[in-house]
Design a protein around this ligand. Structure first.
Ligand SMILES: Cc1ncc(COP(=O)(O)O)c(C=O)c1O
Length: 386
């Protein structure tokens, strides 16, 4: 038995072994709230495609047209002519959408965080990072030569004390909508603290973009005007139904990233097809206000139903709704029972989160009967446990 076999066996015994799960092809026009896994159709309560855009014909057509024009691959990094006019157009569109001077594309949200954070926080800087920040932020902090300080989740009093004791350059990093908990960071308070302590505020708006503030994200949701102390990161891979990410901020920040962010400099550009799909998604969000309205209504409906059943939804305020099940075993058994009834909602376990849970996500594509099906399966699980 190799060292890896032994380690894998250790994970299996602790119920922590992960498996890749592939989905089947979605025939065009099929209901985006459904997912096909090993030939079985499930109602999908695990997708980050909050607006149901990933399968939309408008995105596919834009991507196909870009492939016909520019080919399948980019062939080189942006600095070596891997980009196209579509890349520039998406950056202009994001800068407008986020009300910033400029924006820069990255190949994924993970790449954006592990590239931008070390570029922005050099060795004379101190990073203050929320304890529940996403793994890509954690890894970005690890790659940075800055000093790192972790503050308690959304605890501005704790952060304030830590900022007080620190000298030199500072950057506070937080998710806006926390990806596993669905709560929203206290952005106005964080910004006030940053201003008091002359710190930059880096916002990972992966789950706010397309969801909050008429799709423009969490700053807009709170009515906060972006300024030079704020750097906004966001992804195209979630509510925008495509792939890739961006940093939006002052032109000087973006120019600095072009010159120093290693995941931007040393990586092939996104293919034009993917970029064109993201542009189409922004177009849809701008033109069809009903998309976000449907997401809001569905979220309220499912959340009320879960509350009526007495579920602990932790601090969820968004379409990400965790169910605190109390143990890894409960999470796995609930997920299995839902799966047996045609509902896809995987258990999320440590080390991804400190508390095992079911992470439900509700989207604009879910129907009333999808949500009823989930609620009645959850009720059955509760009755069987009594
Ligand atoms: C908060 C947050 N940031 C960054 C990422 C990474 O984004 P991507 O999937 O585009 O790499 C994720 C993805 O799960 C996320 O939840």
């Amino acid at each position: 038995m190799s060292m890896f076999d032994k380690n894998l066996e250790g994970l299996r015994q602790k119920n922590l072994l992960r498996k890749i799960c592939d989905r089947g092809a979605i025939p065009s026009g099929k209901d985006p709230s459904k997912i096909l896994i090993s030939g079985i159709e499930y109602v999908n309560f695990a997708s980050n495609d909050y607006l149901g855009l990933a399968g939309r014909i408008e995105l596919a057509e834009a991507a196909k047209k870009a492939i016909d024009t520019y080919g399948a691959g980019a062939g080189a990094s942006r600095l070596l002519a891997g980009g196209t006019e579509i890349h520039n157009e998406l950056e202009r569109s994001i800068a407008e959408f986020k009300a910033t001077e400029a924006a820069l594309l990255f190949n994924s949200g993970y790449t954006a965080n592990i590239s931008a954070i070390p570029a922005l926080a050099g060795e004379d800087c101190t990073i203050f990072s929320d304890e529940l920040n996403h793994a890509s932020i954690v890894d970005g902090c690890r790659l940075s030569r800055a000093k790192k300080i972790i503050y308690r989740h959304t605890d501005t009093e704790h952060l304030s004390g830590l900022l007080e004791q620190s000298k030199g350059e500072k950057i506070v990093i937080t998710e806006t909508v926390f990806s596993m908990d669905g709560d929203i960071a206290p952005i106005a308070d964080l910004l006030r603290l940053c201003k008091d302590h002359k710190a930059l505020l880096y916002l990972d708006d992966a789950h706010g973009t397309g969801v909050l503030g008429e799709g423009r994200g969490t700053l807009k949701h709170f009515g906060i005007e972006p300024d030079s102390s704020i750097i906004q990161m966001g992804t195209f891979s979630k509510a925008l139904g495509s792939l890739g990410a961006f940093i939006a901020g002052d032109k000087a920040v973006i120019d600095w990233l072009v010159n120093t962010a290693r995941g931007f400099i040393f990586s092939t550009a996104l293919p034009a097809s993917v970029v064109a799909a993201s542009l189409a998604a922004i177009g849809l969000i701008r033109s069809d206000k009903r998309l976000i309205e449907r997401l809001r209504t569905n979220r309220a409906c499912l959340f009320d139903g879960l509350k009526q059943l007495g579920f602990d939804t932790m601090k969820s305020e968004t379409p990400i709704i965790p169910l605190n099940t109390g143990s890894i075993e409960n999470s796995l058994s609930l997920s299995q029972q839902l799966s047996d009834q045609g509902i896809y909602a995987p258990a999320i376990r440590p080390p991804t989160v400190p508390t095992p849970r079911l992470r439900l996500t509700v989207t604009a594509a879910h129907t009333g009967s999808d949500m009823e099906k989930l609620l009645s399966a959850l009720k059955e699980w509760q009755s069987a446990k009594k």
